[in-house]
Structures are given as structure tokens and as C-alpha cells.
Design a protein. Structure first.
Length: 324
């Protein structure tokens, strides 16, 4: 399932005349994902979303959360999934997220319960909300191990924020969180702690280059400002067997200075400024990597309904030329 960058929260929606108007406006403005939860407004907001879905039948993804205390136990995962499916009126949830964690419960128990929902097809994907990083990584590896046992691979897909610098050094803020960085990036840290046997990565090449533009400096533990420009190709070359898949998405440079804005706008493959030839030539493990064309802004809407097909054809030709 592709990551959606804008998700509308529904915690404050009520079963009234305003809710369908608000949801209509969101979809008409290009919104394609909703955050819903069994606990929101004691279930009223989710039921309101369900009635709207039945009336409008929009192309939206549903990120449903369940198992909020006091309904927070592995034995309640299935009832919580069923409650969400019933309220929303759908056969399968795009994603089911554990709303909270109970640290007294072994991660394996949560993993068993989530895996059972994936196995029976009630949910397309699973996740967590408000878990500690340590518990989340343990759950990810557990599910990755289950996938490997069935001949499957578990992938993580990341956008630019994953390549920002990890705040892992003092001084601490009012909540006890580090405010400075040792210079390691979040995804580099993830690669260190995730088991390479079970967790693989799919790099979105466009967003990796956006990160190169955005995240160039960090505040070191001593308070000094350090510069460290991200190199997407070097990260893959150093972890080449961890990156079987790529979103081959091109970008044209903007005039934004480094550290400001995104630095790129999406364009058909081969029409931008990202050097795909150099990127793929230097990563090693020839024949191991598989790029897939993607372009979030390809659809032309009613003004140009064939644009996505035209861009796909142009991008396919450019990708095919990379084999030469």
C-alpha cells in the first residue's frame, strides 16, 4: 500500500449534517485518506464516516485504529477489527493500527493477533500508534520473521522525513527528549537495529533526493552546527542487499535554496534532474534491484484525463533506456 502524505483525522467529527459536507470537501480537494478509530466520539464519528462512504463511495484509504484502553488486549484485536469494519461498512480495512500499547503484554502476543487478521484477509496492513520505538521494532521484526517463513519479504517505504537527523543527544527538553544529534540519520539508525534477514527497504528515489536538499545540517551535542549532505546512492551501495525495490520517481530542480522547501517537483522519468544512470550503476549487486515507475502528480483530472497514461509511456521509454 502506497504511503499517503495527507490524512484527515476524524476524532472531532459528529453524526450531523456538517460531517458529510466536510468529507466531500476533503475529497474534492484531492484528499484520499482518513484516520478513523473505534474510540473517536464513542464510535459516532466512525459510524458517520461509514454512512458517508456508503452514500458517496469515494476512492479513499482508511487507517482504522482500535484497542484503545480499556479495550487494549491481544484477545480484543479481532473484536476491534470487526467493530471498525461494521461501523465503516467495509469488507476489509486498508490498515488496522493498535491505538495504544500495554507494555505488560509480550510483543509476540500482539504480533500473533495482528498476523491472524492479515491471514484471514480482514485487513490489508497493520501498524501501531503511540508505541515506544523499542516495542515497535520488536513487532516489526516478529512480523518480518513470519513473512520470511512464508517466502515473503517485509519492506519499509520511506519519504524524506526518514532521512532527517536522529535526535539522540542532550540537553533534554521539558519532556526528557534529546534535542541534538550525533549526526546519524533516522533511517541509518533503523538499518543498524533492524534484522537484515527479516526487514528490507524500498527507497523512493525522489523523496531521498528531497531529503538531500532539506536535511543538510544538524546541531551537534556541543551545540555547534555541522554540515552533512545526504547521498542516497552511497546509502544504497553500503546496504545494497537491503534495497531490492525502488520507486523510480524523477524530479526537476527548483530555485529553492538548500534547506528550504522540497527542492524538486515531480516530472516524468527522464525529464528531471536526478541522475538515474549514475544511481543504479554504482550500487553493486547487479541484477538484484528492481525499480518501479511512480509519479504522484501524473493524473491530469478532467482537464487532461489521458495524462497519466502519456506520462507512463514516456517514463517507460526512459526506464528502458537505462538498460543500455
Amino acid at each position: 500500500m502506497s504511503e499517503m502524505r495527507l490524512v484527515l483525522g476524524t476524532a472531532d467529527l459528529l453524526d450531523d449534517a456538517l460531517t458529510p459536507r466536510l468529507l466531500d470537501r476533503f475529497v474534492e480537494s484531492g484528499g484520499r485518506a482518513l484516520d478513523v478509530a473505534n474510540v473517536y466520539a464513542a464510535g459516532a464519528s466512525q459510524r458517520a464516516v461509514g454512512r458517508w462512504l456508503h452514500r458517496r463511495r469515494p476512492d479513499v484509504r482508511l487507517y482504522a485504529k482500535g484497542c484503545h484502553p480499556p479495550e487494549c488486549a491481544p484477545s480484543l484485536v479481532r473484536p476491534e477489527v470487526e467493530k471498525a469494519r461494521g461501523s465503516l461498512g467495509v469488507d476489509r480495512l486498508d490498515a488496522f493500527l493498535l491505538h495504544r500499547d500495554d507494555p505488560a503484554v509480550p510483543v509476540d502476543a500482539w504480533g500473533e493477533a495482528l498476523h491472524a487478521e492479515l491471514e484471514r484477509g480482514a485487513v490489508a496492513s497493520v501498524g501501531v500508534s503511540n508505541w515506544t520505538e523499542e516495542r515497535f521494532e520488536a513487532l516489526r521484526e516478529l512480523l518480518g520473521e513470519r513473512a520470511a517463513a512464508r517466502g515473503l519479504k517485509l519492506y519499509t517505504h520511506n519519504h524524506d522525513a526518514a532521512y532527517n537527523f536522529l535526535l539522540d543527544s542532550g540537553p533534554l527538553d521539558a519532556l526528557g527528549r534529546p534535542t541534538r544529534s550525533s549526526g546519524i540519520r533516522k533511517l541509518e539508525y533503523f538499518l543498524q537495529i533492524a534484522d537484515p534477514r527479516y526487514v528490507h527497504l524500498e527507497m523512493d528515489i525522489y523523496w531521498a533526493h528531497v531529503a538531500q536538499h532539506r536535511f543538510r545540517t544538524y546541531t551537534a551535542p556541543d551545540g555547534s552546527t555541522q554540515t552533512n549532505v545526504f547521498d542516497p546512492g552511497a546509502l544504497v551501495a553500503a546496504n545494497t542487499k537491503r534495497y531490492p525495490l525502488f520507486h523510480a520517481k524523477d524530479g526537476a530542480r527548483t530555485t529553492e535554496p538548500p534547506g528550504t522547501g522540497s527542492g524538486y517537483v515531480m516530472v516524468p522519468l527522464g525529464q528531471g534532474d536526478i541522475d538515474f544512470t549514475m544511481f543504479f550503476a554504482n550500487m553493486g549487486a547487479k541484477g538484484f534491484h528492481y525499480p518501479m515507475y511512480e509519479q504522484d502528480n501524473a493524473p491530469g483530472g478532467s482537464a487532461d484525463p489521458g495524462r497519466s497514461l502519456r506520462f507512463s509511456e514516456e517514463s517507460y521509454a526512459a526506464m528502458d533506456a537505462l538498460r543500455a
